[in-house]
Structure formats: C-alpha cells, structure tokens
Design a protein around this ligand. Structure first.
Ligand code: IPM
Ligand code: MN
Length: 346
C-alpha cells in the first residue's frame, strides 16, 4: 500500500480547526482509496514563537524537506506577534526555500453557492508567482522614527523566475480551455513589468495552441467582476496575484471556498497546500469557520501526489455538500456539520 508522509502545520487561529477538519476528510479519502497518509504535526505558530522566540526551529526547513507534502492551516496572531514577523518566520521561508514558485488558486462557484455577481458560471485558475517579485523582501529603512526616515522595498524580477512561472501557466492553459491572461502594469512600471510582457511575447510561439492576452492589473480587477466567464488561466506577479486571488475568493462566495497550492513543479522539494484565508482571530475556535477551503486544498495535495481518484472523490463530496445547501452561506452551518456532511459524501 502506498504511504505518504505529510507534515501538518495547523498554525494559528482557525488554521488549527480547519486543519483538523480537513485531515479527517483526507484520511477517509485515503482509507477508502487504498493508500495511507501518515501525518506528523508541527506546533509552529505564533504560540510557538512566544515560547521559543522563533516561528519554527532553526532546522525547521531541513525537517520539512523529508516529507512528501505539507498541509498548512493559517499563520498569524497579530495581537501578539506582528504579521511581518510571523509570516517572514514560517510561511514565506517555506515557499522560498522549497522553490514553490507556482501558487495555484482556483476560483469557481460551487453548486448551491450564491456569489455576489450576476455571473453564475466562471472557472478561473489564478497562477501567482510565489517566490520573488514585490515580496522578495529586499530593502530596508534608515533614520527610523525621524523626519528623515526612508523606507525602500525593491521588487526583484529575474528572467529565470518570470520565465518559469509563465511556462507553468502556459502549460496549465493547455490542459484547460487554452486561454491565458498575463497580468502586469507595464504602462506605469516600465522596467519589471515591461520585462514580464516581453518574456510573455517571447514564450508565446512555444505554445501555439494557447491564446495569450496581456492585461493591466487595474483592467483585470474590473474584468474579474464584470466578465469573469471570459477568463481561463490568469498569471500574475506575487503582489498582483495576491490581490487578484482575494478578489477571486470574493466572487466565488468568500474566503471559505478559496483553496490554494504552493507548488514546486520540478518536485525538488515538498509542495505546500493551504487555504487562501488567514487565521481569523475574531472567529478562532468558535466552530463556525468553513473548512471547505482547506479540504479543497487537501484535494489539490492528493492530486499533486498522484492520487487523482481520491482528489476527485473529495471534490465530488464538496460539491454534493454545497449542492445540498450545507456550507454555502457564511456562518450558517457549523464547522462540525459541514465536516460531517463531507465525510458522509466521500
Ligand atoms: C496569501 C497571504 C500571504 C501572502 C500573506 C499572509 C503573507 O495573504 O497567501 O495570500 O500574501 O502571500
Ligand atoms: Mn493573500
């Protein structure tokens, strides 16, 4: 029997509740489909930081490297640890060290879910560059706290980084409806974004079966609201992809449905699966958060591991659950009730 080693990082707030719920669904999918998921839980979180002074141990990355995949709940507890500290101490180093350069986020309406738009059918796959760009972390501050204070944050775009995310997106488009939207702001940012557009044009001939169109981020934001059904695969830089995928979550009915996968396409290190939402301290442990985003991320994990049947079974269970009206409206059904329905549908 195939056995996969999964690192579980529940993290903070609802991340803990959602990971527990998703893990039970994943276990059921595995046991009924003939493989095992051996989970090892790591308590790395803001609570861990308060105890030890670090979000994860110094050898945390080395430890995770031995796993087949990572399932992460959410990171952040801003009342006690500044976000810039917690995220740069755990989530972002994992994405960068494991070269998880493709952040994939599907946005479509599940059956029974009423989104805020008139459009009732759209199926967008956002692909966000996940290791460089605006979130490279290059920069600094001088003369802090004085009137002469200066803050500099430099975006870093490398040919290697841009080319590999674009190729990944072209390839995804190929397996779907053959349309790729490449998103920049090359009318205002004349170095990095012009560079991205140029590379898009250079690669296009390698994918004659894909119709590629370049958009500006502001126009894309409007298009996702006004005409989401015209979009197939959307590729963007780290910052733009971050923003567009919260918009994507909104049009699909909310963050409770937005799944994400941080993929290392070359498989030189584990990939990580996590919902788009954060730790939501205001509703942590109240039992009212929707586990569907994390469960869907878990299905993406099984797909990445090659367990397509089990991934399909989870997606079918999610769709059967929402089609029956469970988990479709924020706050209506409790986490337990949604999880029970998912388990029954597997
Ligand atoms: C996300 C989150 C993170 C990101 C934050 C918490 C750093 O917003 O996964 O979209 O922007 O990468
Ligand atoms: Mn985000």
């Amino acid at each position: 029997m195939k056995a996969y080693k999964i690192a579980l990082i529940p993290g903070d707030g609802i991340g803990r509740d959602m990971t527990a719920a998703a893990w039970s669904v994943l276990q059921k999918a595995a046991s009924t489909r003939g493989f095992t998921l051996d989970g090892t839980e790591f308590p790395w979180s803001c609570a861990f930081y308060k105890e030890t002074g670090a979000m994860m141990p110094a050898d945390g990355i080395a430890t995770l490297r031995g796993f087949d995949a990572i399932l992460l709940g959410a990171v952040g507890w801003p009342a006690e640890v500044p976000d810039a500290v917690s995220l740069h101490g755990l989530l972002l180093p994992i994405r960068k060290n494991f070269v998880q350069y493709a952040n994939i986020r599907p946005h479509r309406l599940l059956p029974g879910v009423q989104g805020p738009l008139k459009a009732s059918a759209f199926d967008i796959l956002c692909i966000r560059e996940n290791t460089e760009g605006e979130y490279s972390g290059a920069g600094g501050r001088i003369h802090q706290g004085t009137l002469d204070e200066v803050a500099v944050e430099t975006s870093i775009f490398t040919r290697k980084g841009v080319e590999r995310i674009l190729r990944f997106a072209f390839e995804q488009a190929r397996t779907r409806r053959g349309k790729l939207a490449s998103v920049t702001k090359s009318n205002a940012q004349k170095h990095s974004m012009v560079f991205w557009d140029e590379i898009t044009r250079q690669l296009a001939p390698d994918y004659p079966d894909v119709e590629v169109t370049s958009y500006h981020i502001d126009a894309m934001a409007a298009r996702m609201v006004m005409a989401p059904e015209t979009l197939d695969v959307v590729v963007a830089s780290n910052l733009f992809g971050d923003i567009l995928t919260d918009l994507g979550a909104a049009i699909q009915g909310g963050l409770g449905f937005a799944a994400s996968a941080n993929i290392n396409p070359e498989r030189s290190a584990p990939s990580m699966f996590e919902p788009v939402h954060g730790s939501a301290p205001d509703i942590a442990h109240l039992g009212i958060a929707n586990p569907i985003a994390t469960v869907w991320s878990g299905a993406m994990m099984l797909e990445h591991l090659g367990e397509q049947d089990a991934a399909n079974a989870i997606m079918a269970a999610i769709e059967a659950t929402t089609a029956s009206g469970i988990g479709t409206v924020p706050g209506k059904d409790r986490t337990d009730a949604i999880t029970t329905a998912l388990l029954a549908a597997i």
